[in-house]
Ligand binder design. Sequence first.
Ligand SMILES: [Zn+2]
Length: 466
Amino acid sequence: MRKVIFVSFVVILLLGCSGRKTSSPSAGATPAPGTNPPSAGAVIEFVWDTLVPDVFASENHKYGFDKDPKSKFYPELAKDIYVSVKKGEAAKVSLQLSNSYNKHSLFNVTTQQMVVDCCTNKATELELSEGHYEIYGDNMPLDRHIHVIGYNEKTVPAEYVQFDAEDGLCFDEGCYSFEGVKENFDRVYSQAVTKNAFVERSHSDFSLNKILTFNLTAPIQGDELMKEFHDMVMHNINSEQNRIIFAINSIEWEWNVYVEQFDTLLLNNYLHANLESTHNVLISSCGVATQAQKSLLTVLGLDRKNQVAKVLIPNASSYSPCVSIKMESELPVLPTGIKILSETAFSKTAQVAYNYLSADNKVIRSMIYAPRFMGEHSLNVILHELGHSLGLFDVFKDETEGTYVYINGNEFATSEANIMTYTMPTGPKLRYRDLQAVITSTNNIIEDVYENQWNCINLSDCNPKR
Ligand SMILES: [Zn+2]
């Protein structure tokens, strides 16, 4: 028996509100726990690793490093630190110890051996093999533990298909490329000693054109168009692969509209296309291979209740009776999950993963539809969906934990934010310590469901409750 579940990553898009930046990863300030940061003040460099004394990640360590993010504010929470490593290799850990002791030692709990005077210097880099360690100050155990967890290297196969605009150009750092997605997958999932084995596939293998076009002519309710599209892809799929990524740099919207003698038209589903003010469009005759003509669409009025835009397109009537209008989306967003919140803002499901599950709730097939965003956020989101395809839950975001950085109305990506938190700010972190699972697209916890992300990814030991 198989079932399909739909998991998604939701962002709030404030449309019609210019100047919003979704990501600026290197900047930020550090709010105190439980408080909102001041709304005014300088943007300072966000330096995580120096905030907690004692053990921190070495720049030379290639795998995972998991220290409780709350330890930034409550150092006693830093007592268990998990470090992942490929079996047979040594973990590299930096120690920065206090002046309170004359010498420090490291007790290897696994071999019962004491390494005396291991780390008297203020900053010491240690190479540790798989096992459990405790730090001693003089001859006292300090209740500081380093757990080095060894994993065999895992590879994750996937097929990758990319959609671009007609001119093929995409310049923002959030644009997807095959090499870029592979490189970032390895950067993030190396925390669980896991790397990509992706291959690139052609659009025609999925019976799709090079330009990804959604037709908005008929009125659409919620996810209808997206579900229809997904069903069509699944029906036409020419692939044995169990994980397929549609990396979407551009989406084109299309309407086929009957015109009278004027150039004024009514277009359905304007929210999907973010139709406000003016847009460059291509017009041609419906269903006929004629030369398309460039024109300028001007929005004359919006019927918000019915999602109908009244627009003016010069020369549209020359294509009477039916004109085809094609418009490239400014930032590609899937035609799914629209809910109107106010006149100028609405939320959409941004990226989705359709997971097919076995009877025991393991992911056996995954389809990921990933429209790009701007900047680093874009890469974090596609990797979030890949996380779902590996069986990961969305995780609870505790806004007091210090990974939540919010300044002057902007949220910032931080290096400690988890890849599986469902909303901004995004970050690349994957953890060994159990994290609280939440219901997809909400921050509502699922009682008694926790997940060890490294074990889920590397050992497929994911929480089976779905
Ligand atoms: Zn998610």
